[in-house]
Design a protein around this ligand. Structure first.
Ligand code: WT7
Length: 633
């Protein structure tokens, strides 16, 4: 299997140079040696960022599930592929071997076919973190259906938007899900979402919480009886390298969420290769990523990356605080987890609970720790390093995005040291550039700018579903011939990168990427709201929290319930993750003469950093700034 280990900084630099000097040779060698192809490629890379067009391994044919499952059967058939740890610690965990996974994916794929799903059809998956989620993802890939997983914390309205945007034919869901002490009735959320969706022909329902639900005759089907009847043999559909594998929605600074399209071969090669080298997976290791499969982290580093490497990947249904704050560590002890990958917000929340929740557990199985989703502050990094890694586990602070498909900047354990708050050095083949405000690349070290990538890498998203123009405008128009990430970064004296955060109107709350526009749209639906502006401000646990400035049509109606109503609207339109932490009613919002809300000023007020507001004299209504400041929290 993929075995490319970098032992020291010198080897890193040698390999990195090779990967950027001869990218086609570099990636072709990895692709050839480590995967099963049905037909080889005729061209490794074809690209033009001005269209933009990128294709990798053109002409090749394959099926990713044969690489994730079938090829491991001979030697590793009895090895655990997915280790499921349920929400309730008293329920048994479930070990699904590669052999069993093969059967279950094939049965599921046959059920999809029996409901008329064909290659290229879109299937929406709205499931909690239960094995059926990973299995349904793989079942789609088995027959070439394009999966669009929607995080099960999203509301009915957010779900219907995503179903309609890519014309899904089917939804896969469950009666409900367990999350800590709560149960969530997913099927009823699907039912209300589907009132706005005309294209859905069938809904498959897994049984998880055994609740009473309504089944629509002819549309809704219980999954279990269909699976029981289905054959466990299903030939893998032959896919072209650039056939879409999945769509995954991510927020933008404006407008509707963007359906990022990832294709088959390049995604496979990059997800597998980064997994192996960044987490240094060894055959007997148990790897655990705590993300939800509803996010890209779960796609690449719970499902595809680990399975492509024949790894044992742990899937946890619950939350870190249930039944108490020791749950993560009890799972590490129980399953002897070797690699543990989580988000800074989880680390901060657990650190806050103190060491009593950590010390009872034996964490000696841990070898490598990872973080992802937002910058990790030094304090959280040190707590993780001292108390979880016991100063013996390298920490990989991995910077990447839904759009990049795989980890882009990260330490490589045992080859060079991580540094608190630094994602450090680019991975093989990744060519970062820092840009100044005039569109010029800032060369050299000890500099700061906007982070771009200059050259294609295999797992980059190829387009936005149904809107290639928006893909071009969002990622390839700010800087000529470069992919713009939306992040700011600095490069220190040693060439190590520190991500400083978003430079657009995307706010990362508890590691979740939230666009301000859809939240403002939700608030503005309230009959008494005239206008609103959302900004982020620093929060000890969440990283950033949401502060809403809201003007009312009729301020006499200012009641205590108004704030609750606003948050309920947000919950309904997007989901509870987007609720505001603070709401300030104000008589006006600071605007430029062209009518644009000056978020920069609001951001400073929300962050209580008002010593230098910059020049406000050019505002249309400078007087409003004082009023807002006086009434802010
Ligand atoms: C944005 C992408 C990639 C999986 C999870 C998030 C921020 C991500 C880091 C990190 C600093 C980070 C960036 C990025 N981000 N990882 N290690 N250090 N910032 O995926 O929802 O597409 O969000 O998350 O701002 O642009 P996403």
């Amino acid at each position: 299997m993929i075995n490319f280990e970098i032992k020291n900084l010198k080897e890193y630099h040698e390999n990195y140079s090779e990967s950027v000097e001869n990218p086609e040779v570099f990636w072709a060698t990895i692709a050839k040696e480590n995967f099963t192809w049905k037909r080889p490629w005729t061209q490794v890379l074809d690209w033009d960022f001005s269209i933009p067009n990128v294709s990798w391994f053109k002409g090749a044919q394959l099926n990713i599930t044969e690489n994730c499952i079938d090829r491991h059967l001979i030697i590793n058939g009895n090895k655990t592929a997915i280790l499921f740890e349920p929400n309730n610690p008293n329920d048994p965990s479930e070990a699904i071997s590669y052999k069993e996974l093969h059967k279950r994916v094939n049965q599921f794929a046959n059920v999809l076919k029996s409901k008329g799903i064909q290659k290229g059809d879109r299937v929406c998956i709205y499931l909690p973190m239960i094995p059926e989620l990973a299995i349904s993802v793989l079942a789609c890939a088995r027959i070439g259906a394009i999966h669009s997983v929607v995080f099960a914390g999203f509301s009915a309205s957010a779900l219907s938007t995503r179903i309609n945007d890519c014309d899904c034919k089917m939804v896969i869901t469950s009666d409900g899900g367990f999350r800590g002490a709560k149960t969530i009735n997913l099927k009823s959320i699907v039912d209300s979402a589907l009132m706005d969706c005309n294209g859905i022909e069938s809904v498959l329902v897994a049984k998880r919480i055994h609740s009473d639900i309504t089944m629509v005759r002819g549309r809704d089907f219980w999954l279990e009886p269909l699976l029981e009847k289905a054959s466990d043999e299903c030939e893998a559909t032959v896919m072209d390298a650039e056939d879409p594998l999945f769509i995954l929605y991510t927020s933008g600074s404006t407008g509707q969420p963007k359906g990022m399209v990832h294709t088959t071969a390049g995604y496979m090669v990059y997800a597998a290769y980064t997994f192996k080298n960044i987490f240094q997976y060894q055959p007997k290791d148990v790897y655990w990523c705590t993300a939800d499969i509803g996010w890209i982290t779960g796609h690449s580093y719970i499902v595809y990356g680990p399975l492509l490497n024949g790894a044992t990947t742990l899937m946890f249904e619950g939350v870190p605080s249930y039944p108490d704050y020791g749950r993560f560590w009890s799972i590490v002890e129980k399953h002897k987890v070797s690699q543990f990958y989580t988000a800074p917000t989880a680390i901060r929340a657990l650190a806050k609970e103190g060491l009593d929740a950590v010390t009872p557990y034996d964490l000696s199985s841990l070898k490598i720790l990872g973080t992802v989703g937002e910058p990790i502050n030094e304090e959280a990094w040190h707590w993780y390093n001292d108390h979880i890694g016991k100063n013996k586990c390298p920490i990989v602070d991995t910077w990447w995005q839904t759009e990049t498909g795989g980890i882009m900047i990260s330490p490589i354990p045992n080859s060079f040291e991580g540094k608190p708050a630094f994602a450090t050095l680019p991975f093989m083949g990744i060519q970062p550039a820092l840009m100044d405000e005039n569109g010029n690349e800032i060369k050299g070290n000890s500099v700061e700018g906007r982070l771009c990538i200059k050259f294609p890498w295999p797992s980059m998203a190829r387009t936005i579903w149904g809107n290639h123009q928006r893909y071009k405008e969002t990622y390839f128009s700010a800087y000529d011939q470069k992919y713009f990430t939306g992040d700011g970064a600095l490069r220190d004296e040693n060439g190590h990168y520190r991500i400083t955060g978003r430079v657009d109107d995307v706010i990362i709350v508890s590691g979740h990427n939230l666009g301000t526009a859809p939240i403002e749209d939700a608030i503005n639906e309230h009959p008494n709201v005239a206008e609103s502006a959302i900004v982020g401000y620093p929060h000890a646990i969440k990283g950033s929290a949401l502060y809403g400035f809201v003007t009312l049509k009729n301020s006499h109606d200012l009641t205590d319930t108004l704030k609750t109503e606003i948050n309920e609207l947000i919950s309904k339109q997007i989901g509870p993750i987007a609720k505001l932490d603070k709401i300030q009613f104000t008589s006006g919002l600071p605007k430029t003469r062209s009518g644009k809300i000056m978020r920069r000023i609001l951001r400073k007020i929300a962050s209580q950093d008002t010593s230098n507001l910059g020049d406000i004299s050019t505002l249309l209504n400078p007087e409003v700034v004082d009023t807002i400041m006086k009434n802010s929290f």
